[in-house]
Design a protein around this ligand. Structure first.
Ligand code: NIG
Ligand code: FE
Length: 426
């Protein structure tokens, strides 16, 4: 019997399904991306209804629209699970200071860095923030990103943090990339609280978190079953372990899922604390020692690695991805897109660096920006793989072999992007 469908994509050299059992991918299973040669995918509405060979699906379906992939590869839409893209201005001047030898931490300690972007973001209206962020999202779409997590954290005061949250919601409604909001009021110690960071944490826990949660409850995110995460920057010069714990435990008491920036420059103990708080993800882990890997591997927490930060800061040390994967840790990769430590919006570049400096193979890099990245933002059952029942988010490459995504340094080997069954970039 011939079945109707809305869209049939066929003649795909490699249909890279990333299909597998539920849950994040670990260990040797990270090398299997589930390729169907000469594949096809059938879509109804916003959902994948079948994957298989071109022959089989062309016989089985009568599509309203079809795309002949022309012997190019198709992968799940890429998922950027850690970004800070809502901000005003740039940090070009600091970039030059760093080229001349200043370190990221020195600039931060002198009141620049995150605090510089905070000044510009506090002064910006929601309209300005939307206008400055939209081009970034358009570029991300061209790089194959179909879902992105977006953090606040450049307001560092109640109104400005809530304005950033409102901006993320506005942006989610006006462009095709699906956004997942993260509330990060404890991203840096605001100048008003320079000598009393604990008082700022009081404000975060007693006032900012409750308000953010209330806004979230009435947002389109809650309506679409997209979670609101709470994150904290646990680092020397930012928040210590006790302060970070207060933020995450307040989030836990409110039933909000949690993330933490840990071990970027200093191994403070934030990782163990975040595991105790059952964080959905722990992010950075650049200086995490091997002693921490067994507990991480035994947890449900995803380790989000951000290698563009090392590249951008000229640091030759990278997170120990190889050892982590071999120890059974579920790894995701993300850009960390932000104006300071990672001014890049490209997941293909992130994967390219991961293959060279984190010693990951292409299959591992792809699973780290699809299946595992989906789990890092709580959407593992819905996006990240091309399987019947999953959302129809996919990219058609400009090449026959999916490894071009990582092989090309700084390229965009992507021909078309499809989000929820619609062609959104071509
Ligand atoms: O993830 N580490 C803290 N936050 C960002 C940097 C943000 C900035 O420099 O503006 C990060 O690297
Ligand atoms: Fe970050």
């Amino acid at each position: 019997m011939i079945e109707p469908c809305d869209l049939l994509i066929h003649s795909v050299s490699q249909l890279v399904t990333c299909a597998g059992p539920p849950g994040p991918r670990r260990g040797a299973a990270m090398r299997d991306v589930g390729i169907i040669p000469d594949g096809a995918v059938a879509i109804r509405g916003s959902t994948i209804i079948a994957v298989g060979s071109s022959n089989e699906l062309r016989r089985r379906f009568r599509p309203a629209q079809e795309i002949d992939a022309g012997g190019h590869a198709v992968c799940p839409g890429l998922i950027d699970c850690h970004t800070h893209i809502v901000y005003a201005g740039d940090r070009v001047a600091e970039f030059e200071q760093r080229c001349a030898g200043a370190t990221y931490q020195e600039i931060m300690a002198a009141g620049g860095g995150i605090l510089r972007t905070m000044q510009l973001t506090r002064a910006a209206t929601t309209t300005t923030l939307v206008a400055e962020t939209l081009p970034r999202l358009n570029q991300m779409l061209r790089f194959g990103t179909t879902t992105a997590e977006v953090k606040t954290g450049y307001g560092l005061e109640q109104d400005a943090e809530l304005r950033q949250l409102a901006t993320i919601e506005l942006l989610a409604a006006v462009q095709p990339i699906e956004l997942v909001p993260t509330f990060l009021p404890a991203h840096a110690i605001p100048p008003e609280f320079a000598d009393r960071p604990d008082a700022y944490i009081d404000l975060v826990v007693e006032s900012m978190l409750p308000l953010a949660q209330e806004r979230y409850r009435n947002s389109l995110f809650a309506g679409h079953h997209i979670p609101l995460f709470v994150d904290v920057f646990c680092e020397r010069g930012a928040f210590d372990v006790a302060q970070s714990r207060r933020v995450l435990s307040a989030a836990r008491e409110r039933g909000l899922p949690r993330k933490a920036h840990v071990d970027e420059f200093t191994e403070l103990g934030g990782l163990a604390m975040a595991l105790e708080m059952e964080a959905t993800s722990v992010d950075h882990l650049d200086v995490t020692g091997a002693a921490a890997f067994p507990a991480l591997a035994a947890s449900n927490t995803i380790a989000v690695l951000l290698p563009l930060v090392s590249i951008n800061l000229g640091i030759t040390h990278f997170a120990a991805a190889r050892q982590m994967i071999d120890a059974g840790v579920a790894i995701a990769l993300s850009t960390d897109a932000n104006p300071g430590s990672a001014p890049s919006l490209s997941l293909p570049l992130t994967m390219a660096i991961a293959c060279r400096y984190l010693r990951m193979v292409p299959a591992e890099a792809l699973l780290a920006t699809t299946v595992n990245a989906a789990h890092a933002i709580g959407l593992g059952g819905r996006i990240g793989a091309l399987m019947p029942g999953m959302q129809a988010d996919l990219i058609i490459l400009a090449e026959a072999d999916y490894r071009w995504l990582m092989y090309e340094l700084g390229g965009t080997p992507i021909a078309q992007v499809i989000k929820r069954g619609q062609i959104v970039w071509k």
